[in-house]
Design a protein around this ligand. Structure first.
Ligand code: AMP
Ligand code: MG
Length: 413
């Protein structure tokens, strides 16, 4: 490891040790979309809940119609009619038929349904020209889900199909951990809000959008706070104003060795935030700790946009996932073949912006091509990348054609 630096793995381990999942509580189904369920949900009813018809037709006793053919049809009196949700007739006698609609309960005494298409659609009497097999077009109760079946297991990230199933078994709410509320604060007296006038010495604040969007994409509710100038008192006031609505705070800028490193200057005296160097490139200057009475976790990320984003991927994303009860915490790597050689500093883990591609012929697996330069201010290159090549600490060069490990930035995991 490069001297005086903490490793990426140790820094992440320290962070995760300080993060506790948010407490779960019952949430209305639609609010739980995309959240990890915090209970094992067992079906309180079966699906279907009762035996019902799969077709519009006639409920019959199989034995009564078994001989029916077009040449020799069977005639049965129609003794009633059942629509879905209006079951008044609960039983029928042998030798009769009941008109039945899809989804309506099959009356006791019937065991099969003859679809309209095999009949003359008779009202008082029906002519049946073809026999269903025993039980045909009848959906048995509990065929799909039995009472007591595990329908969604703890930890499942709820998607539309899970919500559909939960609603179908009658659940209006489900226990889940909430979305973390994340406050993002950009620091820098040179920053301007997009849309505002730009001076000769100012730049637009890209980071608060980059970080807030990344946090939202990870499942958080984000509050993007306006720009805070390099003025420690204003910065501290901004942080304290925001704490009421924050489960986690992210700041950008002001953590390196300069004269105006506002975040470091303001938070160091509290003694609750660690500042130091992590053995990575980009993203060396980092800070993590907690602020306020509730000991709200705070990440103080470096100001260079690429450093900021890569730090988010490495440290903030796993913390957010732990808060939400989602595993794995860290984004998994996938192997790919490197198309161009890269160099890397000894003792630091390097993250190289890159484009990932799957060989369409499928023969060579997937490849990864570095994009642009190394500068951590190059947000243009970052935006045209969809992957990061991870070069381990002890590796100083990788030749074209070698296999590397890649973080695919837009993949769900
Ligand atoms: P700092 O860590 O505050 O010294 O910032 C490092 C570099 O990143 C400087 O060139 C800043 O101008 C730039 N920078 C800091 N914050 C932002 C931001 N929110 N958006 C874009 N660039 C930034
Ligand atoms: Mg700054």
């Amino acid at each position: 490891m490069a001297e005086g630096l903490i490793s990426v793995d140790d820094h992440l381990a320290r962070i995760l040790a300080e993060i506790e999942p948010l407490p779960d509580f019952p949430q209305p189904l639609m609010d739980a979309l995309g959240l990890a369920v915090a209970e094992d949900v067992v079906a309180p009813i079966g699906l279907p809940p009762f035996e019902n018809s799969a077709m519009d037709g006639y409920a019959v006793r199989h034995a009564d119609v078994v001989t029916a053919t077009e040449e020799s049809p069977v005639h049965l009196p129609v003794v009633g009619e059942i629509g879905a949700g209006q079951a008044t007739l609960l039983a029928m006698s042998p030798g009769t038929a009941v008109k039945i609609m899809t989804g309506a309960p099959v009356p006791a005494g019937a065991d099969s349904v003859v679809p309209y298409e095999w009949t003359d659609r008779g009202v008082a009497q029906v002519r049946i020209e073809r026999a269903p097999s025993l039980g045909q077009h009848v959906r048995p109760a509990g065929e799909d889900v039995a009472v007591g079946d595990l329908v969604v297991s703890r930890g499942t990230v709820l998607g539309p199909r899970h919500l559909g199933l939960l609603a179908s078994v009658g659940r209006a709410a489900v226990r889940a951990r909430p979305r973390p509320r994340v406050v993002v604060i950009s620091t820098g007296s040179e920053l301007r809000e997009p849309g505002a006038e730009l001076g000769h010495d100012s730049i637009y604040d890209g980071n608060s959008f980059l970080l807030a969007a990344a946090a939202r994409a990870a499942g958080a509710i984000t509050y993007r706070v306006g720009i805070v100038p390099d003025e420690p008192r204003e910065f501290l006031a901004a942080v304290h104003d925001q704490l009421v609505r924050a489960d986690l705070v992210i700041t950008s800028g002001g953590v390196s060795q300069g004269d105006y490193d506002v975040v470091k200057e303001a938070l160091s005296p509290l003694g609750t935030v660690w500042f130091g160097g992590v053995a990575m490139q980009p993203g060396k200057p980092q800070g993590f700790g907690h602020v306020g009475e509730d000991r709200t976790p705070i990440f103080t990320l470096p100001g260079n946009p690429v450093s900021s984003y890569i730090s988010f991927q490495q440290f903030v994303l796993p913390a957010l996932r732990k808060l939400m009860g989602r595993t794995p915490y860290a984004r998994p790597t996938t192997p790919a073949r490197l198309t161009h050689p890269i160099r890397s500093p000894l003792g630091k883990r390097q993250f190289v912006r890159a484009e990932y591609a799957v060989d369409p012929a499928g023969r060579n697996g997937s490849s990864v091509t570095p994009v642009g330069g190394h500068g951590s201010h190059l947000i243009g290159d970052l935006a045209s990348s969809d992957a990061l090549v991870v070069v381990p600490e002890d590796v100083t060069s990788v030749a074209a054609g070698e296999q590397v490990q890649v973080l695919r930035l837009d993949e769900e995991f």
